[in-house]
Design a protein around this ligand. Sequence first.
Ligand code: SF4
Length: 410
Amino acid sequence: MDLLDTLTAKGLLGEVPTREEALAVLATTDDELLDVVAAAGRVRRRWFGRRVKLNYLVNLKSGLCPEDCSYCSQRLGSKAEILKYTWLKPEQAADAARAGVAGGAKRVCLVASGRGPTDRDIDRVTDTMAAIKDADPEVEICVCLGLLSDNQAERLKAAGADAYNHNLNTSENTYGSITKTHTYADRVDTVQKAHGAGLSACSGLIAGMGESDEDLVDVVFALRELGSDSVPVNFLIPFEGTPLAKEWNLTPQRCLRILAMVRFVNPDTEVRIAGGREVHLRSMQPLGLHIANSIFLGDYLTSEGQAGQTDLDMIKDAGFEVEGAGEATLPRHRADIAEAVAASSCGTTASSCGTAASACGSGGGCGPCGGHAHTPAEATAAEGTEDDELRSDLVKVRRRGAGTELAPNA
Ligand code: SF4
C-alpha cells in the first residue's frame, strides 16, 4: 500500500500515522500535491463532512507585551506599527464580537497580549464574557490570555468560558530559539491547567519560522498527545519591525503539505487555518478548506484578513457550508473524551484540580499575531523564497475593528 493509501486508511479509522509517515507527507513533490490534498480531504470529510467552523478574533489588549516571542508583532521591542491599546471595555468587546457572530462566527476568541493575566484581568474578562453571552447565549467563547496561574482556569470556566487557547508554536527543541522569557514547559503547563479545569484545549503551531520538518512533526505529535481539541495552524506573518521580518520561507504548496500532515496526525480534531492564510496560501486558500475544517473570519489580532464576505463566498464557491451554532464540531467520540475530562475536573470551584494525565494541548503565548525565530542553518534548507523576494506588500496592519472607531471586518 502506498503512503497516501495508508494515511487515508488510518485517518478514516481515526488512527494516527507513524512519525516517518508524517515526515513523508512533508517530503512529497508538487506533482503529488493534489493527491495529498485529496487523501487528507477524505479524512476531513469522514469526521467533519463539508462543514467549516468560523471563529472570530477580538483583540482585547494590543501590543506593549513584556514577552519576547520573536514571531510576534506585539513583543517587547517590536517596531511594527500595530495598534496599541489597553483593555477594551466589556461593551466595546461585545460590540466587536457581535459583528463576528452576525457574520457567521460560531466561536469568539478573546485575546489579550501579555505574559499572563492578573486576577483583576480575569475579572475584566468575566465581565466581557457576560456581556457577549447576554447578547448571544449560544456563542462559544475561547479565551487566550497567556500563561495561567493556579485557579485562573477554574475561574474562567466558572465564568462561562468554553475553551482556552495557548499555542505550543514549535518543537520543544527549538522553543528556546524563538522565546527567552518563558519556556516550552511553561506553555505545556498552561494547556494542562486549562484542560484540567474542564476547558476545551485549543493549541497549535506556527510554521515558517525556519524550523525543520522534524520540528513541525514533533510539535504536531506533541499537540496530539496533549489532547488539543482544536489545532490552529499559523503561517508566520513576517511583520516589519520584528526579528523575523525577512523570514519568507513558505509557499502555498508547502502550506498545503503542512496542513495535510497536521490533518493526518489529528484526523478527528478540529484543524484550523489561522494567521497567515491569505498571506501564504493566497489563491490556493480553497484547497486548504479540503483539509482544514475551521478558519478565522475576517481580521486577525494585528493584521487584516480578506473581507469577511470574501471568506463566506470562498466557502460557498468551494462547495462547503458554514457550521451552525447548533451543530457539534467534534465527532461524538472526541466530544465524549472532552466531556469526561470536564466531568472529572473540579470545574467551577477554585480548589486545585491538578492536571489531566492525557490532557490537552496548547502552550504559551497568544493567538495568531505572526512572527518567528530564525535558525540560519535550518533556514537555508527551508523551501521557499529568498530574502530578495520579500512580500511585505502582502502584510497589512489592522486599522479597523476592536480598538478603533472603524467597523470590524466580519
Ligand atoms: S505571543 Fe503573546 S506573549 Fe508572546 S510576545 Fe506576543 S502577545 Fe506577548
